[in-house]
Design a protein around this ligand. Sequence first.
Ligand code: NDP
Length: 317
Amino acid sequence: MRQVIIIGSGPAGFTAAIYAARANLNPVLVASSVEVGGELMKTTEVENFPGFPEGIQGPDLMAKMQEQAERFGTEVLYDDVTELDLDGDVKKVTLGSGTVLEAASIIYATGSAYRTLGIPGEERLSGHGVSWCATCDGFFFRDRTIAVVGGGDSAMEEATFLTKFASKVYVIHRKDTLRASKIMQERAFANDKIEFIWNSAVEEVLGEDATTGVRLRNTVDGTVTDLPVDGLFIAIGNDPRTHLVHGKLDLTPEGTIWVDGRSSRTSVPGVFAAGDVIDPTYRQAVTAAGSGTVAALDVEHFLAALSDGTAAEAALA
Ligand code: NDP
């Protein structure tokens, strides 16, 4: 049986792994069968992670975190978790391969998933002009006209990045003010290729086999217009990835996993959570990394109390 299994390979998961490995807990980290590294794999320049004054590319930062975790003995498994059994003292983690891992503790750091608009055409034209990842798909839109929907930092970042390829980028936002940070807003406002369409909701993605436009409804006067575009990038935030723990761990009204105060302790003893999956507010790479640290330290205390035979204390550790 393992001492700790870490689920998730974003900044929270890998930071928890670095701490757990350095504490000789021999962690195994279940990354993903598809993409290791979480949301930062889909961003470009990360300018606000301390220690990189010139900035660093998101995928490079994640590769370094993985390297650091492995250097201290973390075992990384490229597989998906399909089922969790969190009852009792032995936690069971079933993987896509059919392997069942057992551990005394779990750190759950699965992050968050892209939100969808839930409008006609969105799913059908996904991969045919509709995208959630500018760094993955921007290249296909050289000299094309694109729309980005959203008013947060992600939308500003995507729009600014897409101007490297596109001839024109519309930012469509349902309000007349942005949620994005000032610096990201100003960068987008200063870009000649970006035009803002305010107070507008995307109602439909138009096109048969490829995206040809979007149907917009003005959120103030209700008027409907069609805007011809070759692509639509959706950047309207994320939802915590909690589907594996529904009914097993308590959640908050925001849908994140409930943890006890500033700790990483969930409603089940021996199960700890970290990163975006517990954070409805800050959701930064650096706060996720800090949260991973908290989880590893909590696990260390929990396991120490277990081995002291103070099980009741361990449950509270
Ligand atoms: P946010 O939740 O910050 O913003 C989501 C935006 O999408 C809001 O403007 C929201 O509108 C809009 N929106 C939500 N749902 C819909 C919908 N159904 N239809 C239309 N619009 C919708 O998410 P982000 O992904 O932008 O950012 C998440 C976190 O990541 C933030 O903390 C952000 O700071 C951080 N981040 C930081 C970056 C950086 O610093 N380089 C880069 C990217 C993200 P409304 O405002 O009306 O609610």
